[in-house]
Design a protein around this ligand. Structure first.
Ligand SMILES: O=C(O)CCC(=O)C(=O)O
Length: 273
């Protein structure tokens, strides 16, 4: 299976619409890949808090339109990263202090159909930024691809192993993390991506952003880790397309040969011993 991680540079000098078109063109160039992955909030930048409201869009808004077409033009499964999603009416009120906004990821099939959405569960910022501007998602999401079951996570979620265990329990073998991780904590990014792969005996495909937005230098260093914790591919700091081939069957083999997941005693319905 081939994946392309598009580590997009998010720069305020480029308009959101120009970036949408540029990223769509990059997606089209990935024909031949099975799965293409974009970062978190790449239209606005994950730290451009003022733009969340001004650039918010409904689920089937401008990013949806452009990305659905790009997925079908390229004939790829597309994790189109996340958008600041605006939800109106009663459902919007449920976003609480988030004022009807969610940090929502979109996944398209190779025919351009929206097959899954994931609203980020763990919002970053403690008592400011995303944590107060957006509502929290509450549902774990997996997507069945022909070769593997993909579990979805967004950025700060990477720090919460129980979310990933939940995805594994739901059948995930490949864990996709779409992120806008800052340079300041790059060592955590790499360490946590490898930790999630080792403890869940799953592939981790983690795609971040490059560049500087809202004064926050982004880490880059998107990474692909195998179920044994080995790094298969890693990007540098700048904008980059990271292409990697991996064998989804290795998840089953690893879990069979080193069956640590079967020895779980806590948080499982029927412990084995
Ligand atoms: O956990 C971190 O260090 C970064 C998280 C983050 O930037 C985000 O979730 O937007």
């Amino acid at each position: 299976m081939r994946a392309s991680l598009l580590q997009i540079a998010v720069d305020e000098a480029e308009s959101v619409d120009a970036r949408r078109q540029r990223v769509a063109s990059l997606v089209r160039q990935q024909t031949g890949s099975d799965l293409v992955i974009l970062p978190e909030l790449w239209t606005t930048g994950a730290f451009a808090y003022e733009s969340f409201d001004t650039e918010a869009e409904p689920l089937e808004g401008p990013t949806y339109e452009v990305m659905a077409k790009a997925a079908s033009d390229a004939g790829v499964w597309l994790h189109a990263g996340s958008i600041p999603e605006r939800v109106t009416g009663t459902a919007g009120a449920a976003a609480g202090a988030g004022g009807g906004l969610y940090n929502t990821s979109l996944v398209f099939s190779p025919s351009g159909d929206l097959v899954a959405t994931y609203r980020k569960i763990h919002r970053f910022g403690f008592d400011k930024g995303e944590a107060v501007l957006m509502g929290a998602g509450s549902e774990l999401v997996t997507v069945r691809l022909p070769e593997t079951t993909v579990g979805l996570a967004t950025c700060y979620d990477l720090r919460f192993p129980e979310l990933f265990r939940g995805l594994v329990d739901a059948g995930a073998e490949t864990l996709v993390v779409s992120a806008g991780w800052p340079e300041r904590r790059r060592s955590h990014w790499t360490l946590l991506a490898r930790a999630r792969a080792v403890e869940d005996q799953a592939y981790v495909l983690a795609c971040g952003t490059a560049g500087v937005h809202a004064g926050v230098p982004q880490a880059g260093y998107s990474i692909v880790v195998d179920p044994w914790g080995e790094v298969l591919a890693e990007a540098g700091a700048g904008e980059e397309v990271l292409v990697v081939d991996f064998d989804p069957a290795r998840v089953g083999v690893t879990r069979e040969q080193f069956p640590a997941l079967k020895d779980r005693l806590l948080g499982v319905a029927a412990p084995r011993r």
